[in-house]
Design a binder for this molecule. Structure first.
Ligand SMILES: [Zn+2]
Length: 325
């Protein structure tokens, strides 16, 4: 069943590749070769699909629970979503030719529905260390700079002249002011780990009149470029990635890790389970010594001393609580 679902997802990915081929590619031939290989790899048996799924899983091992949707669930949603009563066209062509990658990191969490967390991830998470420069993806004007403790942390929303908006979340520092005009590539913030985040990264969204487009429909993160000079927004397909190749993404992540000092963070799951594993406390009985307690609890006197900030010569008394694990 899982395989069947995966197969369906990839079938739609192949369809996307086909429909997108009407647009004008300006990528090197080697890139097209990758697409060809991808389609070839998917055309046959389940084994290939399984491999691809495994690739995906290993690639996004750092993935965390997606943020709430800033436009519909955030505290300041009224402020953020200014497109509530706007009639959004079925289709529109958006010029994305003058762009800058917001950050060169690899994708740690793609756009889309997360079964594990039962929610949509309306952007893409990009690996970034705290203090890394975040750049404006296109020319535009800063619409919002704000802080949301339960969600995006320090974030920036930029309005672009083509009705596209980009959002940059979990920043440690914001370098711009509302109404400031920026050029593609201008530094707008420093990456961080603020808000609902368990490790430094950039949460990046691309919106067309409020619709959260898959950033991988516009940007080719594995090749650090845009797919085409114009992006055609269509209500039916804006959630799809374009030419998405798990292999290319895995290769780019490996290359990035080899050439950058990457701060590794504790994944959210490990972090919360560390608390439930917790420490163990015992009550000292009369006649107890540190060595007796250590023996009874399968630890050492040295460990007990370290956990409780005491010396092995420290006198313990009945009724006293001691941490043993
Ligand atoms: Zn995110």
């Amino acid at each position: 069943m899982k395989l069947l679902k995966t197969l369906t997802i990839f079938t739609s990915a192949v369809l996307t590749v086909c429909s997108a081929s009407a647009q004008n590619y300006r990528l090197p031939g080697q890139h097209s070769q990758q697409h060809g290989d991808l389609i070839a790899a998917q055309s046959n048996h389940n084994l290939e699909v399984e491999n691809t799924a495994k690739y995906l899983e290993s690639l996004f091992a750092e993935e965390e629970e997606p943020e709430m949707d800033l436009y519909t669930e955030g505290w300041s949603s009224g402020f953020v979503n200014c497109y509530k009563n706007v009639d959004v066209p079925y289709s529109a062509t958006i010029d994305v030719s003058k762009f800058s990658m917001p950050h060169p990191g690899y994708i740690t969490s793609p756009y889309g529905y997360r079964k594990r967390f039962r929610r949509m991830h309306k952007g893409i998470d990009i690996k970034a260390n705290t203090g890394d420069t975040i750049r404006a993806a296109f020319d535009g004007k800063i619409r919002i700079t704000n802080y949301e403790a339960r969600g995006y942390g320090h974030y920036v929303v930029i309005r672009h002249p083509n009705d596209l908006e980009t959002i940059y979340g979990h920043c440690s520092k914001i370098l711009v002011q509302p109404d400031q005009v920026v050029r593609a590539g201008d530094p707008i913030a420093l990456a961080g780990n603020t808000g609902r985040s368990f490790g430094s990264h950039l949460h990046f969204e691309t919106r067309y009149m409020g619709y959260a487009i898959n950033p991988a429909a516009i940007f080719d993160f594995a090749n650090q470029t845009t797919h085409t000079d114009t992006y055609t927004f269509t209500k039916d397909t804006y959630q799809n990635a374009r030419n998405f190749s798990p292999e290319a993404n895995a290769a780019y992540a490996a290359q990035y890790r080899a050439t950058h000092k990457v701060e590794y963070s504790t994944p959210a799951r490990t972090k919360s389970s560390a608390k439930s594993k917790g420490s163990t406390y015992v009550t000292v009985r009369s006649g107890d010594s540190l060595s007796k307690i250590a023996q009874r609890n399968g630890t050492t006197v040295a460990n007990i001393c370290r956990y409780n900030g005491i010396k092995s010569s420290t006198k313990i008394r009945p009724g006293q609580k001691l941490r043993v694990k």
